[in-house]
Design a protein around this ligand. Structure first.
Ligand SMILES: Cc1cc2nc3c(=O)[nH]c(=O)nc-3n(C[C@H](O)[C@H](O)[C@H](O)COP(=O)(O)OP(=O)(O)OC[C@H]3O[C@@H](n4cnc5c(N)ncnc54)[C@H](O)[C@@H]3O)c2cc1C
Length: 304
């Protein structure tokens, strides 16, 4: 059954078993016992909608919101550590994030309404594997890693290697426990742009772009220049061809324009859907990447 805007009407939740372990160890034991027949429940803002739309099988839900091991934001030896169950609103309200990770702050501020932000977790935003996840481009551009834990092993994975397809990640019966982000040097500059259907924060983006740069202080322009894109490929991506074009060169207007065009035409592989056509998305990649690079060049005229 469909309503006017052709999105499926939400039905009632199907029945499911519900577990709310008190510790990480209890959770991992339950995961082992359930042998893959479970689904992790964090904020539920994606999962519960999917269940109401009868997407996928959810025989048992493991609620991880109460786990102390997955909570909290802290700085540790030059790294920002975000517990998987930290809400996107808590990240947007963190003075540490606002001051040292403005690009991440910006993306979290723009993620959903206040109600969504109060439930949605950073772990859920990444583990959901959406190409349009607002947290993904800034975290990719900042070189973040995620910690995946199972009963017998744990591993750290660069976020670059985490997404493998639409709604698919490398998680294999594991829990995403933590996100770690190297603290940028004081000269590092990051910009996040999100284009939504009505430019309202509660909208899932049509296109998003994060650009992060560290000037090298010399004639070669930039020590680091990373570009990440959302909603224009099967996964959130780094715009590697555009980055390559910019390597070791000052951000001059002609080069900026060329790199933005490469990001749109070579790195992005968008599809058309209800939010926008592939052509429009490509053009918006060009606009957002160009605008972000120009902004960075204006902030650091000596490296431009
Ligand atoms: C009205 C509305 C507006 C929205 N707007 C935006 C938006 O503007 N930008 C945006 O990016 N998203 C948006 N979303 C999507 C969603 O809110 C976010 O992706 C959110 O961060 C998901 O987090 P969650 O904790 O609610 O995840 P959940 O719904 O609890 O889980 C999502 C998926 O990830 C898995 N999972 C969750 N946590 C873990 C973990 N720690 N380890 C392993 N697997 C895990 C779950 O099993 C599930 O498959 C919106 C959703 C709604 C309903």
């Amino acid at each position: 059954m469909f309503c006017g805007n052709k999105s499926p009407m939400l039905g009632r939740l199907p029945s499911f078993d519900y577990y709310r372990p008190a510790t990480l160890d209890e959770t991992l034991t339950a995961m082992e016992r359930l042998n893959g027949n479970f689904c992790v429940l964090a904020g539920g803002t994606d999962l519960l909608v999917g269940m109401k739309e009868r997407r996928g099988r959810h025989p048992a839900l493991l609620d991880i919101k109460a786990l102390p091991e997955l909570a909290g934001i802290r700085a540790d030896n030059g790294t920002l550590c975000l517990g998987a169950t930290v809400t996107t609103r808590a990240i947007a309200q963190s003075p540490l994030v606002r001051e040292r990770f403005p690009m991440l702050f910006q993306s979290m501020k723009l993620l959903g309404s206040m109600q969504i932000g109060n439930r949605a977790t950073i772990g859920g935003n990444l583990a959901n594997g959406s190409p349009a996840a607002d947290g993904a481009p800034p975290l990719l551009a900042l070189g973040a890693s995620v910690k995946l834990v199972g009963k017998t092993k744990e591993r750290w994975v660069p976020l670059d290697n985490f997404f493998i397809g639409p709604k698919k990640t490398i998680i294999e019966g594991e829990l995403l426990a933590e996100v770690r982000i190297p603290t940028p040097p004081p000269s590092g500059r990051g910009i996040f742009y999100k284009l939504g259907p009505r430019n309202a924060p509660e909208d899932i983006c049509i296109v998003s772009a994060a650009v992060y740069g560290v000037p090298d202080g010399g004639a070669n322009g930039w020590k680091e220049l990373r570009i990440a894109l959302g909603a224009v490929a099967p996964t959130p991506i780094r715009a590697r061809h555009a980055e390559e074009r910019l390597r070791g060169q000052p951000l001059e207007p002609k080069l900026v324009e060329e790199a933005a065009r490469i990001a749109a035409d070579r790195d992005a592989t968008p599809i058309s859907d209800i939010r926008g056509s592939a052509d429009y998305r490509r053009e918006m990649v060009y606009v957002l990447v160009k605008r972000a690079l120009e902004q960075i060049a204006r902030d650091y005229p000596s490296a431009a």
